[in-house]
Design a binder for this molecule. Structure first.
Ligand code: FES
Length: 322
């Protein structure tokens, strides 16, 4: 079986699949080589073992602790990656993964007080880091707040019984759950919150709200998992972008990346790593000024023809796109 993409050189075999909640599954993978990752990192997965479709998923396993490499995936309606991983991939199949990526990790943080927060599937790097801290920094003071829609949406429910955790359910809160969304009161009840490193993963509005409330409570170290980048509201002025197919005109603020401008205006674009690594956001610029911070997957000819990685393209003027 040949490697579908040089970006995904790690072949892994599905050992088993566990259903965590009504719409979340964990795939436990075996890798016969020495795959290295840090707790909280993610990997790109070649979807359908195709070179063109890469999607990023957090590795929910913990290095040196978990017996398998695991991906925990929520099935999203019409999601190409999640639909394949949770609906078609079966035990014994092979997947291809990239090197582990990202710096949403706690292993180099010298603070020994943490507050880890996850919402929904954003809990995957949180559980990875929680296990890591329990194993390698047992003296660390770690608080966890996990927000879900309903109690049945708790992922890793059995494992959370091993750790101190505040569970919050937006609806149908049962015994053991606080009802509602994350709030300033809940954060303020965390002992010594101002001295903690706060690490948060989930939908962007959730992460932004946590950051703002934590800073108001005196926290100076807040880290968000930028992998779940949201689409911002479309701009109505600033740099002008035009596309030929379909013919459209839209705006993005000065300082935007091309990817942010496209996403905020709902122009279809693929983006997996958002870091200039996977090549999935390749886009052609016909005219205009821009700088680039990565051309990693592009050939000389593509660069000469105006192709850029949208996530790593920084427009300096109005741009015309193919
Ligand atoms: S999203 Fe991966 S290179 Fe842009």
């Amino acid at each position: 079986m040949t490697m579908p993409s040089p970006l995904c050189p790690w072949r892994m075999q599905v050992h088993h699949i566990t259903q965590e909640t009504p719409d979340v599954w964990t795939l436990a993978l075996l890798c016969h080589d020495q795959y290295r990752w840090r707790a909280g990192q993610y990997a790109l997965v070649s979807i359908n073992n195709s070179p063109d479709t890469l999607r990023a998923y957090t590795i929910s396993a913990t290095p040196g602790v978990s017996p398998f490499i695991t991906l925990t995936v929520r099935r999203i309606e019409n999601g190409v990656g999640s639909g394949w991983l949770t609906g078609q991939v079966k035990r014994g199949d092979y997947l291809w993964l990239s090197d582990a990526q990202g710096d949403f990790t706690c292993d180099r943080d010298d603070n020994d007080r943490f507050l880890l927060l996850g919402a929904g599937c954003g809990v995957t790097p949180i559980i990875s880091m929680r296990r890591w801290l329990a194993t390698y920094r047992p003296e660390a003071d770690v608080a966890v707040i996990y927000n879900v829609r309903t109690p049945q949406d708790v992922i890793f429910a059995d494992e959370w019984r091993e750790y101190p955790v505040t569970l919050m359910a937006e609806q149908q809160a049962t015994l053991g759950f606080l009802e509602g969304r994350i709030s300033r009161e809940v954060l303020a009840a965390v002992p010594d919150i101002a001295s903690r490193t706060v690490m948060v993963c989930g939908p962007a509005p959730y992460m932004d709200a946590v950051e703002q409330m934590a800073r108001e409570l005196g926290v100076t170290r807040v880290r968000k998992e930028t992998f779940f980048t949201p689409a911002a509201a479309p701009a109505s002025s600033g740099l002008k972008f035009t596309t030929l197919h379909p013919a459209r005109e839209f705006y993005g603020p000065v300082g935007t990346t091309l990817l942010e401008a496209l996403e905020s205006n709902r122009v279809p674009v693929n983006a997996a790593c958002r870091a200039g690594v996977c090549g999935s956001c390749k886009t052609r610029v016909l005219s205009g000024e821009y700088t680039v911070s990565s051309t990693m997957t592009l050939t000389e000819k593509e660069i000469a023809d105006g192709y850029v990685l949208a996530c790593s393209c920084h427009p300096q003027s109005d741009l015309a796109l193919a």
